[in-house]
Design a protein around this ligand. Structure first.
Ligand SMILES: Cc1ncc(COP(=O)(O)O)c(C=O)c1O
Length: 387
């Protein structure tokens, strides 16, 4: 108990104590104490979470299947709707098969712990998402973490090691919004005979001519990598999956503990995901294009207001502030002016790079973005001037 108190006190002293904030509504904005608060923290990039077609599909699934899958997929929790979703995903991702897990986190845990053996030579980007890190940790394997998005560093390490079994990277990095140099990494994986796992969590629905993600955007063939996706960001619901060949799917069904020992995804989420995929495919990439247009527009507006925002490669725009204290103060200042952008601090990001992570969604109108850029610029200026 004393240890808990000490830990919490230390976190508080370092401006690193996290707590759960009740958010009164989802979407690009919510109402609180009679005023409209713009939400820049959501991963619902395409604004699908409350789309009437997803809501209807979820309600129909509730009526047909009930609330839960009632057991592990391997027992009696593999319902017809799960098989249909996996067929939809495989068709969309142009792979032989797909396997759905309870979440993106559980997908990475199951996939990596199944594929990276204890003595495997595994290479991973230093800023990979925690779920990829944790999936590898479980195996106890010694991972070489190459410099962020630096394929030359990866190439050097591969040469030194004399080969590799597995290379693991995010497609779009969740806290920086930048993209991995996937073309070069894929070439290295091929040259060294290594498997490649690409987590498309923040690229799915957003990048690529049909919204399949960054691999598709770069024209990489579907078999170039095992691609992980989540149903809980641009697809607006919950769940995760890996798009793969049939043999890998069979192997995972027999090895991935996060699939085997956890209840199947709720039919409500399954049905919502199928509808989201249908919507994205009907739009033929147009939603992602419009989202990126707004992201570029917003970054330009931020810069015009004196805020250091680079050209975005995704709907995620980081504003790095440095210290935890500064990130907390700026976030509080924004909240007072009706903007919700929580401070992102270590261990989510490296020490000394606390930041605002601004994510744009199709729920944000141009006037919302204009107001936000102006307010963010004003609050940052006051912060710099110490007012
Ligand atoms: C890159 C990446 N992979 C996986 C996940 C986990 O996905 P989920 O939220 O569906 O568990 C996240 C979530 O933030 C992520 O950013």
């Amino acid at each position: 108990m004393q240890r808990m108190d000490d830990t919490l006190r230390a976190l508080e002293a370092a401006d690193q104590l996290r707590s759960l904030r009740v958010v009164p509504g989802s979407g690009g904005a919510f109402f609180e104490a009679g005023r409209r608060v713009l939400n820049f923290a959501s991963n619902d990039y395409l604004g699908l979470a409350r789309h009437p077609r997803l809501v209807e599909a979820g309600m129909a699934a509730l009526r047909q299947w009930g609330c839960g899958a009632t057991a592990s997929r391997l027992i009696c929790g593999h319902l017809a709707c799960h098989a249909e979703l996996e067929a939809d995903l495989a068709d969309w991702m142009r792979t032989e098969a797909a396997l759905v897990f309870g979440s993106g986190y559980l997908t990475n845990l199951g996939l990596l712990s199944s594929l990276a053996g204890r003595r495997g030579r595994v290479f991973a980007d230093r800023l990979n998402h925690a779920s990829l890190v944790d999936g590898l940790r479980i195996t106890g394997t010694k991972v070489q973490r190459y410099r962020h998005a630096d394929w030359e560093d990866l190439a050097r390490r591969l040469e030194c090691a004399g080969g590799a079994d597995l290379i693991v990277t995010d497609a779009v990095f969740s806290m920086d919004g930048d993209c991995a140099p996937l073309r070069a990494i894929e070439g290295l994986a091929r040259r060294h005979g290594a498997g490649l796992i690409v987590d498309e969590a923040h690229a799915l629905g957003v990048l690529g001519p049909t919204g399949c993600g960054q691999c598709e955007a770069l024209g990489l063939p579907p078999e170039a990598a095992l691609r992980v996706g989540t149903l809980s960001k641009a697809l607006g619901g919950y769940g995760g999956f890996v798009a793969c060949d049939g043999r890998t799917r069979d192997y995972l069904v027999n090895h991935a503990r996060s699939l085997i020992y956890s209840t199947g995804l709720s039919p409500v989420c399954v049905a919502a995901a199928r509808e989201a995929i249908a919507l994205i495919r009907e739009a033929a990439g147009a939603m992602g294009v419009e989202l990126m247009r707004r992201a570029h527009w917003f970054a330009k507006a931020l810069r015009a207001n004196g805020c250091p925002a680079g050209e975005p490669s995704s709907p995620i725009i980081p504003v790095v502030l440095g210290s935890n204290r500064r990130a907390v103060m700026v976030s509080k200042g924004l909240e007072r002016h009706g903007i919700w952008a929580p401070p992102i601090r270590p261990p989510t990001v490296p020490v000394g790079t606390a930041r605002l992570r601004l994510s744009i969604t199709l729920d944000h109108s141009e006037s919302d973005l204009e107001r936000a850029a102006e307010v963010i610029g004003r609050v940052l200026k006051r912060d710099v001037e110490g007012i």
